[in-house]
Design a protein around this ligand. Structure first.
Ligand code: LLP
Length: 437
């Protein structure tokens, strides 16, 4: 059958007049599992990983998937089996990695607010490295490690003050951001870390932001990092690895970020030129591994043509796909079965009681109630940021592998949602009646 891949999404293609994920018809999955439904392509995730692996061939590199992008166990298992480590930012994420069969020794623990119990549990699990974000955290971590008669492996997160040229909410490596230690203070912080009895200094780390679509911020960050490596080692603290974080962007709407292998070719050339070519490397990619490997299938509920705007109400909402409401993000929306007649312009909105509940503005679509649409680029920061707002059950998730599909998360139930809640008052026979004495 004639196959027409969606531009930029080679594992999602129209065959005949139907959208497929690999060899599975999306409408069949929607019929089987209901909507809204997240569908991921295993081949797309592995292809995204392969782009990094190609870029690093022959080097000593640990790829730590930043699982906040999509922390579903099935996705973690896939990356663990492909040899990845994980960047975690909470004990919850660490627990997920271990539950999915990931190795503790390949876990790095980032984040500005690690608690003592989280540090303790991570040390006991034997994680590979803590990315420490402040002087205060160094002191606490050393104390906690000492109390367990252990030494915590650490890397210090540097704030290189580089502008990643992305949305302000997801830029993290600028002076005004809460992340990392200002690069002017880094050398003295390393000297302190090396002197603390509960720590073992392993590396240096930075992460400048997310959805970065140009190479230049990375090249600038690498330069600053190498200047610091030189200064730290000159001050007598050897470093085993350099971690350049994650952040590589994807194509949501015509963006043209560098391919992972091409970006790393440039970065490695810089490392080689400055004599650090043999240094162990780590990276923490999230979005670029999963973002374009997923779609969210949704059903059109109602059409509401209006004087000023036409609304297309669908069954997915800001609780499932929070990025448009949070960052005014653009996700393409395409029909599962294209209809050749003239499209109209629609505001695609969800059922939630807020005007902020929109998925797309001014979209040219031709769809009727009951038709199915796919919201593209929904593999990253959608399910992992979803909520139960309006007491909506979280969607189901399916992983497609060739002609097979695996349900990797069942649709939540109302009982699941209410499981942890308790009614505080004795029940009375009729509402409003005074309780019996
Ligand atoms: N490492 C650290 C320390 C991070 O904070 C992040 C993301 C990553 C790695 C992975 O970055 P990535 O490769 O995915 O860009 N919710 C936002 C994105 C927030 C990113 C937070 N940190 C969004 O939906 O655009």
């Amino acid at each position: 059958m004639n196959s027409k891949p969606l531009p930029g999404h080679p594992h999602f293609a129209y065959r005949g007049n139907e959208l497929f994920a690999e060899q599975v018809r999306l409408s069949a999955l929607a019929q089987q599992h209901g909507t809204p439904l997240f569908v991921y392509s295993k081949a797309a995730m592995l292809a995204a990983l392969a782009a990094y692996q190609r870029g690093f061939s022959g080097r000593q590199v640990q790829i730590c998937y930043a699982m906040k992008a999509n922390s579903t166990l099935g996705v973690i298992q896939l990356f663990a089996q492909a040899g990845c480590g994980f960047d975690v930012v909470s004990l919850g994420e660490l627990t997920r990695v271990l539950a999915a069969g990931g190795l503790a020794s390949k876990i790095i623990f980032s984040g500005v607010g690690k608690t003592r119990p989280e540090m303790r549990a991570a040390l006991q699990a034997g994680i590979g490295c803590f990315n420490v974000e402040s002087e205060a955290e160094l002191e606490v971590l050393s104390e906690v490690a000492q109390s367990l008669s252990l030494r915590a492996p650490v890397s210090i997160r540097v704030n290189p003050n580089v502008d990643p040229q992305t949305h302000p909410y997801i830029s993290t490596g600028l002076k005004g951001n809460k992340f990392g230690i200002a690069h002017e203070r880094v050398v003295q912080t390393y000297q302190r870390a090396a002197a603390l009895p509960g720590l073992q200094v392993l590396g240096i780390d930075c992460h400048i932001g997310s959805q970065i679509t140009q190479a230049s911020p990375y090249l600038d960050a690498m330069d600053r990092m190498l200047d610091l490596v030189q200064a730290i080692e000159a001050a007598g603290v050897p470093l085993h690895h350099i971690d350049l974080g994650g952040g590589l962007g994807i194509n949501y709407h015509g963006e043209t970020p560098p391919q992972a292998d091409q970006l790393w070719q440039q970065l490695l050339a810089k490392l080689d030129a400055r004599g650090y070519g043999q240094r162990a490397l780590m990276i923490e990619p999230g979005r670029s591994l999963v973002g374009n490997a997923g779609v969210c299938v949704t059903e059109v509920l109602y059409l509401k043509p209006g004087e000023q705007k036409n609304f297309m109400v669908v069954d997915a909402a800001m609780n499932d796909l929070p990025r448009p409401a949070m960052y005014q993000a653009y996700h393409q929306i395409v029909p599962l079965k294209p209809n050749p007649t003239e499209p109209h312009t629609w505001e695609v909105v969800g059922p939630i009681c807020e005007s902020g509940d929109w998925l797309g503005h001014d979209r040219h679509l031709n769809a009727q109630p009951g038709d199915l649409l796919a919201v593209l680029s929904a593999g990253a920061y959608c399910m992992s940021m979803s909520s139960n707002y309006n007491t909506r059950n979280r969607a189901a998730e399916v992983l497609v592998d060739g002609a097979h599909s695996h349900l990797i998360r069942a649709r939540e139930t109302y009982a699941d949602q209410m499981r942890l809640e308790h009614l505080p008052f004795p029940s009375s026979s009729a509402a409003g009646e005074a309780p019996a004495h």
